[in-house]
Design a protein around this ligand. Sequence first.
Ligand code: GTP
Length: 199
Amino acid sequence: MTGMSGAAATRDGEAPEHSPPCSPSYDVTGKVMLLGDSGVGKTCFLIQFKDGAFLSGTFIATVGIDFRNKVVTVDGVRVKLQIWDTAGQERFRSVTHAYYRDAQALLLLYDITNKSSFDNIRAWLTEIHEYAQRDVVIMLLGNKADVSSERVIRSEDGEILAREYGVPFMETSAKTGMNVELAFLAIAKTCGAKAPSSP
Ligand SMILES: Nc1nc2c(ncn2[C@@H]2O[C@H](COP(=O)(O)OP(=O)(O)OP(=O)(O)O)[C@@H](O)[C@H]2O)c(=O)[nH]1
């Protein structure tokens, strides 16, 4: 959801790339990308984490790529997460591929009420292996866990797939906030441990 510019737009008064502030309020930066089919809830997942809100109503697909920053503290390290929200639609893939290379972590979402979004995870992982850094941290997320009446993908299926690819897995809800912060904190922890210690 949330449409916007093609590429390097600014938000929250900050440039997407490193722009040294006078007095840094963070220790390290971690670049995270949200990936997955259109409609799985990537934008809502980001808004829930950033603002603690859920945008219900008409679904507006993301155009190209968008980003938000949020600073979290893990193990005493202040990590500025620079989170890129990508368009899930096929026609924007060439735009988003260009950003994979810089990402330290990828949150790969499917919708537990949408089988094709789960089936497409293998194709997403193939793209990730083609375009992302070899040591990129990947986490698989089964979103919309609040909609239990429409569930078509069992939690065990997500676990099995994640195990096959050696990535962590959890079910989430951008609506209720379930596991949203937990997922980002886990990512921030790895970014805090891996990133160079200058902002
Ligand atoms: N019930 C429920 N609905 C959700 C959840 N997350 C997103 N939605 C709904 O799913 C629809 C799509 O959400 P978006 O966040 O726009 O999806 P997206 O993955 O960003 O889509 P693209 O921008 O096209 O890639 C919207 O109508 C949301 O309200 C969730 O956790 N639970």
